[in-house]
Write a protein that binds this ligand. Structure first.
Ligand code: BGC
Length: 728
């Protein structure tokens, strides 16, 4: 009888959860209760199994308790095609063609948090539909040099811009019951030697430049996971870096989610155990096919960790902390009771991508040739490899398989009429390839001659050039070779110019390039990588259907040497002997240019419109502020042109007399608003005095300096109109 009762009780426990902790089956119980309940039921082995991969993109869950696998996917511009369980090959599914959204540099160039919100919501819906629980993105590493092959996956050179744009993406994506995984934490500012370069950076630069966007994503956005970077920081790998993970992320920022490695970013069981890594994912090991010695069970946080725990070399309370965080991630996502269903590859999502792209395209130069109206365009010659190349392919892990990708040529033909458009390649840029540089095979002279000949017979030349997603262009695992335009494009432009002066250049790139050749162009448009609707969005702007309103999220340096990262020689970029010292300190991007009085070719925050704007004098709501106050600055903006347009009003602050080193100006606030032709409106910008604080290295805390500050308001980082304020 006793035995029967016991069996009955055991059966009940399995079916309905332990009687003393019934919340386990109650999906509506608060996540923390569910976490504690589940944790109490896990064996040591089950806890450890939560801490490492079981395949390229999943962890195991706890099958015995019905806790499902957790599935991840790249990110960040769409949901990547399905990858094999055990290797990097694509699985060849027929139903995984996603919507490709514009690359994050373009999102940053919108300077519009609303764009970030619709982007995050849509990409989250795609991830949800594809049954992904963690979307690997967005990335917020600061663009320190335009040579970084991965800048296109990030949000520009300014911590405030990146912070304000990352938050809506994170919040909206996660409303789908999927977690974002913000990457790559931290200081992954170059791809050259990314796997082990050791970054030495001052505390101030770390806190003021490189971390704020991560902090915003975690603290204000509430991101549920974060990815450790490959590189080291002060001698320790970022994936198990005590300062970054324990002290700052989990300490200062009270992050309660999971830290996931970049793939194969873990190098030590002891450090991973003690320093706050929660999930180890990998690239090199092939778990089930040919190399059993390299299987997932041999990951640092798998059997070696189990052994360390059993032998008392690792602490159980650290393991519990990891398991708790992974369970929390699971309960917030795959075991969340109220997940929406998501949607995938829809026209609505394509439309979101198109809107973001339209707002992110930046007009750099225009002598009046743009907009190119349909009625007056005449015979159009399209030139360039980027007019037809898929920009969703390549680039590394952010590569996408879109259900549609409209090329510039397609869209030009569609809009202006096929009969009015002809196309020549003009130069060759090599087949899409990840992992090696592909040398063009054809005769450059011949291609150039053909293009020049065709240009003679055209009314206007639409040149689509720039970079591409091949290795050592805009691509993971390698930085660019040259700052100038590759593949002989400069020579081609000069030759075309002689045949036809009406040249409109659209640069497709995720990075700034040298633009001395712009004298050969009547207009220059910065087109980024725009995803599924690339061609449509570009033609929307070129044709004037949409008035351009994007602003540069990065400085276009006249010369590479003008960039702070390159001003101190090799030691400061790309480093010597696997060590890079950020000698530019807090003076990154336009901050450096302003400090050294170097003019950018096209400055941070700059972008033209088809209308024009006039600014009044800025006025602050007070003269003197105390530390807890918020400053409100008003300025009159007038649309002085003939068409409706959006303008980004930007506010920068400097402190001319300061006890510490300071950038002459730093972005503190911005708003993007639309103005009808002739309309004048007062625009208000605000920022808390707390945002003026610098990181005091001696005290290890934020410090607000008293005294006079200058507030600059205008439509680029070179804005001149100023008002003084006092902090007492
Ligand atoms: C990249 C990550 C990516 C991961 C998985 C790594 O090589 O650095 O950004 O999420 O691979 O594909």
């Amino acid at each position: 009888m006793k035995r029967t009762l016991f069996l009955f009780a055991a059966l009940c426990a399995v079916c309905v959860g332990r009687s003393q902790t019934p919340v386990y089956l109650d999906l509506t119980a608060p996540v923390e209760e569910r976490v504690e309940d589940a944790l109490a039921r896990l064996t040591l082995e089950e806890k450890v199994a939560l801490c490492h991969a079981q395949s390229k993109f999943s962890i195991k869950g706890v099958p015995r308790l019905g806790i499902p696998e957790l599935w991840m996917s790249d990110g960040p511009h769409g949901v990547r095609a399905e990858i094999n369980w055990d290797d990097w090959g694509y699985a060849g599914w027929m139903n995984d063609s996603c919507t490709a959204f514009p690359a994050l540099t373009c999102l940053a160039a919108t300077w519009n948090p609303e764009m970030s919100a619709i982007y995050g919501k849509a990409v989250g819906e795609e991830a949800r539909f594809r049954k992904k629980d963690v979307l690997l993105g967005p990335g917020v590493n600061i663009c320190r040099t335009p040579m970084n092959g991965r800048n296109f996956e990030y949000m520009g050179e300014d911590p405030v811009l990146a912070s304000k744009l990352v938050v809506p993406y994170v919040r909206q994506a996660q409303t789908n019951g999927i977690a974002v995984c913000v990457k790559h934490y931290a200081l992954n500012n170059q791809e050259t030697r990314r796997m082990n370069v050791d970054v030495e950076v001052s505390d101030r630069a770390l806190r003021e430049i490189y971390l704020p966007a991560f902090r915003a994503a975690m603290v204000d956005g509430g991101a549920w996971s974060i990815m450790g970077a490959y590189n080291k920081y002060r001698g320790q790998y970022c994936c198990h870096n005590k300062v970054l993970l324990q002290d700052i992320l989990k300490g200062d920022w009270a992050f309660d989610g999971a830290v996931i490695t970049d793939w194969s970013g873990c190098h030590s069981t002891d450090e991973a155990a003690a320093n706050g890594l929660d999930i180890e994912m990998g690239t090199g090991s092939d778990g089930l096919t040919y190399s059993l010695t390299n299987a997932y069970e041999n990951y640092y946080l798998a059997q070696p960790y189990l052994a360390a725990l059993r032998e008392g070399r690792a602490e159980m309370k650290e393991l519990d902390d990891k398991a708790r965080r992974v369970l929390r991630l699971i309960f917030r996502t795959v075991m969340s009771p109220d997940r929406p269903w998501g949607s995938f590859g829809t026209e609505e999502h394509a439309a979101v991508g198109r809107r973001v792209a339209q707002e992110g395209i930046v007009l750099l130069k225009n002598d009046g040739i743009l907009p190119l109206r349909r009625e007056s365009a005449g015979r159009i010659l399209v030139v360039g490899d980027n007019a037809t190349r898929s920009m969703c392919r390549g680039g590394g892990s952010s590569e996408l398989k879109p259900w549609r990708e409209v090329s510039p040529l397609q869209a030009v033909e569609e809009y202006y009429g096929k009969e009015n458009v002809s196309y020549v390649l003009g130069y060759e840029a090599g087949a899409p390839h990840y992992g090696r540089v592909v040398e063009p095979g054809s005769d450059a002279e011949q291609l150039r001659r053909e293009a020049v000949e065709a240009a003679r017979n055209a009314d206007v030349v639409l040149f689509f050039g720039g970079l591409n997603k091949n290795h050592r262009q805009d691509c993971e695992d390698g930085d660019r070779d040259t700052y100038s335009l590759p593949f002989g494009q400069e020579e081609l432009l000069a030759a075309l110019r002689k045949a036809n002066p009406n040249i409109i250049v659209t640069l497709i790139s995720g990075n700034a390039v040298q633009t001395d050749w712009d004298v050969d162009a009547r207009a220059v448009v910065q087109g980024w990588y725009l995803g599924s609707e690339a061609g449509h969005a570009l033609v929307d702007v070129l044709s004037g259907e949409v008035c351009p309103s994007g602003k540069l999220p990065v400085s276009f340096y006249a010369r590479l040497d003008d960039c702070s990262a390159h001003a101190f020689g090799e030691v400061s970029y790309p480093g010597v002997d696997d060590r890079v010292e950020y000698k530019d300190d807090i003076l990154v991007g336009y901050r450096w240019l302003a400090a050294r009085k170097i003019r950018a070719k096209y400055p941070f925050g700059y972008g033209l419109s088809y209308t024009s704007f006039a600014f009044g004098k800025p006025a602050a709501d007070a003269k003197v502020y105390s530390e807890d106050d918020t400053v409100r600055v008003g300025i009159e903006v007038t649309n002085t042109g003939a068409v409706e347009g959006k303008e980004v009003v930007q506010l920068y602050v400097g402190k001319p007399k300061s006890a510490v080193k300071r950038a002459p100006r730093e972005l503190k606030a911005f708003v993007k608003e639309s103005f009808a032709p002739g309309e004048t409106r007062r625009v208000e910008l605000s920022f808390p005095i707390a945002d003026l604080a610098y990181w005091n290295e001696a005290t290890g805390s934020w410090c607000i300096e008293k005294g006079t500050y200058t507030v600059y308001v205008g439509n680029s980082s070179e804005a001149a109109a100023a008002v003084k304020i006092e902090v007492k």
